[in-house]
Design a protein around this ligand. Structure first.
Ligand code: FPP
Length: 234
């Protein structure tokens, strides 16, 4: 029987374990990343079914640029393929597709397809699917501070937390309520450092390519049992 669960507004996932999943099968790492796209589809479907309003995914970190060129290129190709194939489904299901990160390192072709998909789905309001690509939390804070300085260089004054939030690349998106990380690793890996100040963490041993709706459901149920006090007394 399904419990009466509290559905988080924003769930973010650090998709981890693709390489290990592939290695266990004697395959190249890219095989695991390809399998991981099926998990992405399952999670998007689950999010729509449950009325989760924002689903964000850490797909590629700034640090991931240091991986072997073939893996980086393969991951970028996968991203492009996913956008081209999934755009009609985003439209059909009311999904707004967004990508956040340092676009300066992406190929022109990928940037162009991302822009087109973001524009096309801009009015959709069922689910915001946010992919963090070429992203790191420290990069985000730095670009926020530097943009603030550029905008206010003639009249610099002490700023508030709200000002920082409004300059982050996630401005306007509510902070994540729940962060899921797969594959047994228990760290934040330079992800949304500012935005996860009061996020609930959920770690699972399941490798990302094996992560499906029942695993997502288990994470939501665990979240539902948490007592969130935001540093206050209830
Ligand atoms: C981490 O596993 C996973 C990644 C760096 C890439 C995640 C990307 C996808 C699943 C591609 C599809 C994404 C979208 C949004 C369409 P790892 O390689 O670090 O695994 P390991 O820790 O076992 O080596």
């Amino acid at each position: 029987m399904e419990l009466d669960i509290k559905v988080p507004q924003h769930v973010t996932i650090i998709m981890d374990g693709n390489g290990r999943w592939a290695k266990m099968r004697g395959e190249e790492r890219l095989f695991g990343h390809k399998a991981g796209t099926d998990s992405v589809r399952a999670c998007v479907e689950y999010a729509v079914e449950k009325g989760i309003r924002y689903l964000s995914l850490f797909a590629f970190s700034e640090e991931n640029w240091e991986r072997p060129a073939a893996e980086v290129e393969g991951l970028m190709q996968l991203m492009l393929k996913a956008i081209l194939e999934e755009t009609p489904l985003f439209q059909k299901n009311g999904i707004r597709f967004r990508v956040i990160g340092d676009f300066s390192r992406l190929s022109d072709k990928l940037k162009c397809e991302i822009d087109e998909c973001m524009k096309l789905t801009e009015q959709n309001g069922v689910l915001d699917l946010i992919v963090f690509l070429s992203y790191s939390g420290k990069w985000d804070i730095l670009q926020a501070v530097n943009r603030y300085i550029a905008d206010n260089k003639d009249d610099l004054r002490p700023i508030t937390a709200d000002t920082i939030s409004s300059y982050l690349s996630t401005a306007g998106i509510p902070d994540p309520d729940l962060l899921v990380r797969t594959s047994g690793e228990q760290r934040i890996s330079n992800y949304m450092l500012w935005q996860t100040a009061y996020t609930e963490y959920y770690f699972t041993e399941v490798l990302w390519p094996d992560f499906r709706k029942p695993h997502f459901q288990a994470a939501i149920e665990a979240f539902s049992r948490r007592d969130r006090r935001f540093g206050k007394v209830k």
